[in-house]
Design a protein around this ligand. Structure first.
Ligand code: HEM
Length: 392
């Protein structure tokens, strides 16, 4: 498609068919074998200290799938489920079908697939492990919350990410059917990011904002903000936690705000993502700068000011995905699957969310409709099953 579009731009639409044909002859489309080789080469490692799907640049497609264990489930059911998923996920990420895969061809291109497993309090309890205090619903934020049960807490979470929607759909189906006698799907939240942004470049959300600019250095100095350490339960060391908040956007109201109001809401420019105090995307925001009347240039209720850490521990890794599930009156089926990873959500995430609930201009256009917290299991080392330390 790239070849055809660049040909059209140069030659004019009148000769589109001819140009397309000529270019196709000049630069043949990659053969199916070449495409397959590229997709296969994109396999991500499953085994390691941490699970995959957290540090990697987020691929374009995702499904967040929450499960409820069946009522009669016990510790053994949890162990069996995690054993099945460990094998399934290792195979799928390597581009192989699962043991019971009827269409292993659909698994052949891993397309950077990662599957990350989280567990809720009931799983920890059934396994007989120590539950961290934070593994519970977030406190209520009555100023903003319009939470629907349909997007609430579950017993298990799969975060499935890949560059290909087919890969995501296939992994979701296999991982759901393989544990069907043990757990059922509670909700599925599909999400997407821009496939045409390079890795590591923040995405644009559906309000048009560059989103994901200010992040802790979780592969360097700030790694402790991400991974559970010696002060957490032994079974969770090397793991993390994830907060998944489904946040609807009132796009009709957003459309009515002028550009200055929209930039003021965040404190950043819509075009470049730079702070409204100047510079480029990577420039530090000047929170102290004032205008000729003495008002802060970055509004006192601007999202970035209110979300900015007031202490070093008030930081977390944001890894959101957009959703757009069709049209409904106020556009509320469009929004952000807000996803944050951190070692301790009560300490790191909640103070920021509380500040945003109390005052944030963005609240005029956004409404949280779902909220869930999961413990993210540590990675599985060679020969290990995900979560096996819970049973120690
Ligand atoms: C920054 C959008 C919800 C925490 C930003 C930025 C945008 C943005 C555009 C500025 C660029 C950047 O640094 O990424 C949104 C939208 C949301 C949302 C559209 C909802 C639909 C949240 C929530 C939290 C949060 C729920 C946490 C409770 C942050 C943080 C920053 C940030 C920590 C960086 C602040 C800094 O500059 O230090 N957000 N956000 N955001 N947001 Fe959000």
């Amino acid at each position: 498609r790239t070849v055809l579009l660049s040909g059209l731009a140069g030659a004019g639409a009148g000769v589109a068919a001819g140009v397309g044909g000529a270019l196709a002859a000049e630069r043949p489309a990659p053969s199916p074998d070449t495409r397959l080789a590229a997709g296969r080469a994109s396999a991500r490692a499953f085994r390691g200290t941490h699970q995959a799907g957290i540090l990697e640049a987020p691929p374009a497609q995702a499904a967040f799938v929450a499960f409820d264990l069946h009522e009669q489930a016990d510790g053994d059911a949890v162990r069996r489920l995690l054993t099945v998923w460990t094998d399934d996920i290792e195979r799928l990420m390597a581009g192989r079908g699962t043991l019971t895969d009827l269409e292993p061809e659909l698994a052949a291109v891993p397309a950077s697939l990662t599957v990350t497993v989280g567990v809720g309090p009931r799983v920890v309890e059934l396994a007989g492990a120590e539950r961290p205090d934070w593994l519970a619903p977030l406190p209520a934020f009555p100023e903003i919350d319009a939470l629907e049960d349909a997007w609430g807490e579950g017993d298990l979470l799969l975060q499935i990410c890949a560059e290909s929607p087919t890969t995501v759909a296939h992994a979701q189906r296999r991982l759901t059917t393989s544990v069907a006698d043990l757990a059922s799907v509670r909700w599925v939240q599909r999400g997407f990011r821009e496939p045409f942004e390079g890795p590591g470049i923040p995405m644009r959300n559906l309000l048009g904002q560059v989103d994901g600019t200010v992040q802790p250095d979780v592969t360097g100095l700030d790694a402790d903000l991400l991974w559970v350490g010696a002060d957490g339960p032994a079974w969770l060391r090397g793991g993390s936690s994830v907060v998944v908040r489904r946040i609807g956007m009132r796009l009709d109201a957003w459309d009515r705000a002028d550009r200055a109001a929209r930039e003021n809401a965040i404190g950043r420019r819509l075009d470049t993502g730079a702070p409204v105090t100047g510079g480029t995307l990577d420039s530090a925001a000047d929170l102290e700068a004032t205008d000729e009347l003495g008002f802060h240039v970055i509004d006192d209720a601007a999202h970035m000011r209110r979300a900015h850490a007031t202490a070093p521990h008030e930081r977390f890794l944001r890894r959101p995905y957009s959703y757009d599930d069709g049209v409904e009156g106020g556009g509320m089926r469009t929004g952000l699957v807000f996803v944050a990873f951190q070692a301790d959500p009560a300490r790191q995430f909640v103070p920021v969310q509380r500040r945003l609930a109390q005052a944030d201009l963005l609240n005029l256009w956004t409404v949280p409709v779902g909220s869930a917290v999961f413990a993210v299991l540590p990675g599985a080392g060679s020969g290990e099953v995900l979560g096996q330390a819970m049973f120690a």
